[in-house]
Design a protein around this ligand. Sequence first.
Ligand SMILES: Cc1cc2nc3c(=O)[nH]c(=O)nc-3n(C[C@H](O)[C@H](O)[C@H](O)COP(=O)(O)OP(=O)(O)OC[C@H]3O[C@@H](n4cnc5c(N)ncnc54)[C@H](O)[C@@H]3O)c2cc1C
Length: 422
Amino acid sequence: MLARSPKTFLLQAGARAKSAALLAHGARAMSSVGVDIYNPTDEHRALRQMVRKFAEEEVDPQALEYNREEKFNIDLYRKLGDLGLLGLTVPTKYGGSEMDCSAVCSVHEELAAADPAFCLSYLAHSLLFVNNLTRNGSEEQKQKWLPDSCSGKIIGGMGMSEPNHGTDVLGLQTSATKDGDEWVLKGSKMWITNGCIDDETLGDIFLVYARTGPRAISLFLVEKGMPGFSLGQRIKDKCGMRASATAELVFDDVRLPAENLVGEEGGAVVCMMRNLEVERIALGAMSCGIARRSFEVMNQYAKDRVAFGQPLTQFGQIQRYIGESYAQYMAGRAYTYDVAQRIDLDESGHRLETDGVKLFTTAMGKAVADNAIQVLGGAGYIGDYQVERLWRDAKLLEIGGGTLESHQKNMVRELSQISKIE
Ligand SMILES: Cc1cc2nc3c(=O)[nH]c(=O)nc-3n(C[C@H](O)[C@H](O)[C@H](O)COP(=O)(O)OP(=O)(O)OC[C@H]3O[C@@H](n4cnc5c(N)ncnc54)[C@H](O)[C@@H]3O)c2cc1C
């Protein structure tokens, strides 16, 4: 339904050439005729419209209840499969929609504007599991797992973090040892989104990183039902993202067949780094969704609420919250989509910019949600207006997929190599 057609790319290239030619001939730049980086093709625009409608009609109305009850909405998740969103970046031959990184950002921005927690579970499935397997798995693995992943029949996740290794991920201790034709997996993974779907039920399928030598990390497919694979605990009472299920997964000598090794033995760091780039930009797009929704709520409230006989919009301090929030959102959004349109999902090499997008947008999303609470006063501090939930959800994005400090560290490692910005 959402398959990428060559025509849309010709349209996109044509639009770019036209605006460049106009500028070269001295025409004044006109924002109304510039390239729309948020919706680079008609297909992207249609995708955004479809997801926004779905988010407003079906995701938003359930968000508060599922947040309060800490429940993951598995039925709603399966509807994402009907819309072609679960395999957004997967080739059509496996049941996917074969779209690009700009499309990834649109979907995450729109879903997060309604319910960031539901969107986080979507991200863990569609990017951490599905996109990772699509880019790094064998033909047999893709044929076996992708069709059911795209339809929503099964739900997946990815295990990288451990109780004692988060930011220091390359120090991970979960091990896989060869025994004949099999691998024996031992250890545990912490904080795994979709690790379970309720208090007792494991998710269906996971990509798990494990040490296969002193300096070697490999990637494995681990399936629910394998002897020795169990739910350690469902992690509850989180600050935010409460409608997304988080778990500890335990591997007690789980025997994995040789065909469950993904990619080359010892070659998983490349898979990990490549997938972290798309994860980070998608988390940045989620922050943009949180900021946009928070802005909309505060903007409306300030017009409606009267104090001292005037709407709040008449007060300079409130104007500052609203004006700065809008500008911060627009800046974060522009950075996110500018980088997205330069990412080829089959390649890596955008580490600096994806770290930069996540560093800027996640702090921005939380700050704008915070501004919204302040503009609403007491009303902002309770659930009905959504912004306190958005603020709590926004905080996770400064931690998951890499902490702010890890982005700063990674970026300076690369930035110290350059002296000028082109
Ligand atoms: C709700 C939720 C969902 C998650 N989902 C997943 C998932 O699906 N899969 C998965 O694999 N992981 C997942 N994570 C884990 C997440 O990626 C980690 O929490 C994150 O990478 C940070 O690791 P940590 O919690 O161990 O913190 P730590 O690494 O212990 O860091 C603690 C603090 O120390 C700082 N720090 C650490 N090292 C340095 C350094 N060298 N220099 C400066 N500061 C440093 C950190 O920035 C942070 O402020 C999830 C986490 C949460 C909370």
